[in-house]
Design a protein around this ligand. Sequence first.
Ligand code: SF4
Length: 205
Amino acid sequence: MKISWNDFVEQCRSCQACPLAKTRKNVVIYRGSVMAPVMFIGEGPGANEDEQGLPFVGQAGRLLQLLLDAQGFEMKDFHIANVVKCRPPENRVPTDAEASACKKLLGTQILLAKPKIIVLLGKTAYTLFTGDKTAKMTEIRGHFVEKNGYLIMPTFHPAYILRNNNERVKLWQDIDQVRRKAVELGLMAPLQQDPDMPTDRPSSK
Ligand code: SF4
């Protein structure tokens, strides 16, 4: 059954399918463009996201945005979401049951956003999304896998990069690859020159 974006948003806002509904302030659905060639998926909302009802708006989100801006991503180019739409208390990792309860909504969201490229941010998002618990992020990051018509790439979560700034270049290289693939597929305009990696640290507030 085809569902409109507005109906989907309503479905999310009224969802009580897992216990996270009881402790959330807001259901965190997306930011960016409703339809976009590249979709970024993290594990779940944190405190800032729960407060504002938007994903990736805290310090880690600002780091991600810094890198996306430098790589020439405009709002129309990305759709950012999470595996679960409600904040797990104390920022704990979402359980398999919570991810599974939220899976149908994420599936609908992907169908509506129509990305060609899906970037999984962090090992938890990768595991919850694919069910693969054994893969090592250091081995799988930066590699595209084609599944069900989507090009899927895992990479580091920007929160990990905040704690390990010497690894920033790897997240940068992966986003660079994503941009190059989007250009190759005719989904984004090419940049006039290769971008430099921003080195500043986003503010914590
Ligand atoms: S996390 Fe997902 S499944 Fe659980 S209540 Fe929120 S929207 Fe529903």
